[in-house]
Design a protein around this ligand. Structure first.
Ligand SMILES: C[S@@+](CC[C@H](N)C(=O)[O-])C[C@H]1O[C@@H](n2cnc3c(N)ncnc32)[C@H](O)[C@@H]1O
Length: 269
């Protein structure tokens, strides 16, 4: 019920509620200097529940263990939010490495640009695109967005909990754009909600060809995709399937899964 109310609120409303709710904690942390410089105040972090540092570190460790990145790699973090994935990369990459994050919401990008000023090889960019969960201030569609990067520029593209908030045409466009900007041999590490034919799950009751929605009023609230559709689309673009890890979203209890969402790693041959 609370989840439904939360999704129905406009993005600005959700932002105010978070700021007010966490105001006492954020004041306490500020006064007693409890916060780390690359961790935003709780009221500003809109990237999901859970511990900002623990989840960021967990994803970084898994990315590091599964893809062949090094301290000198060039990383693109799509939908970088407010730096949850950037933070562990800031402690890992040397000055020969480079990190670019982009997002459709400006305040996370502004916060990161202010707080990463000691990291000249970290860049955060804002591209306003429409998303009915996150950004209603424009009609520009992610399905037509051309990434402003060079072909074969990146050693790794990361999308944590981003395809789970995007519509089918947008996902297809992003996969094409990612393919273009990855170096040959490089990886795309992305989380999804991936459905399979005999799944029983209650999170996505509204089914369409290739995808299912969690909420009809806010379509981007959460989107699940048929696993075969995503794999077939990726292969048509040119990607090779590399690895996948099941999330625990279907079972509602954690076992040995890495995350709540499924993880898919694709490689550009
Ligand atoms: C759940 S948050 C995750 C943020 C970040 N990846 C993390 O793990 O902390 C989803 C993010 O995706 C961004 N987003 C949604 N649609 C996008 C798009 N078309 N392009 C880039 N970012 C997008 C949102 O603005 C939001 O910051």
């Amino acid at each position: 019920m609370l989840r439904k109310i939360y999704f129905i609120l406009p993005p600005f409303g959700r932002r105010i509620i978070r700021r007010v709710y966490y105001f006492p904690t954020d004041c306490y942390n500020r006064i007693f200097k409890k916060s780390e410089s690359l961790v935003p105040p709780k009221g500003m972090s809109y990237v999901g529940s859970g511990n900002f540092k623990i989840l960021g570190d967990k994803f970084f460790n898994h990315i590091h263990d599964t893809t062949q990145i090094s301290e000198n790699s060039t990383i693109l973090d799509i939908g970088c939010g407010i730096g949850r994935i950037a933070r562990p990369f800031a402690y890992y990459l040397t000055r020969s490495g480079k990190y670019i994050g982009f997002d459709i919401i400006d305040y996370g990008i502004k916060w990161c640009n202010r707080n990463y000023n000691k990291y000249p090889n970290f860049h955060f960019e804002h591209y306003p695109l429409k998303n009915d969960l996150y950004n209603l201030s424009t009609d520009k569609s992610a399905s037509e967005f051309v990434f402003p990067y060079n072909n074969n520029e990146f050693d790794l593209v990361v999308l944590i909990s981003v395809f789970t908030h995007m519509q089918q045409k947008e996902v297809i466009n992003y996969l094409n754009q990612i393919y273009k900007v990855l170096k040959p041999g490089a990886y795309c590490y992305a989380t999804f909600f991936l459905t399979e034919p005999n799944d029983t799950q209650s999170l996505f009751p509204y089914k369409y060809d290739n995808y299912s929605l969690h909420n009809l009023k806010v379509k981007n609230a959460n989107v699940a995709y048929d696993k075969t559709f995503i794999l077939k689309t990726s292969e048509e673009i040119g990607f090779k399937f590399y690895l996948s890890f099941k999330g625990w979203w279907k079972t509602e209890h954690k076992s040995n899964n890495i995350d709540f969402q499924d993880i898919l790693i694709l490689q550009k041959p």
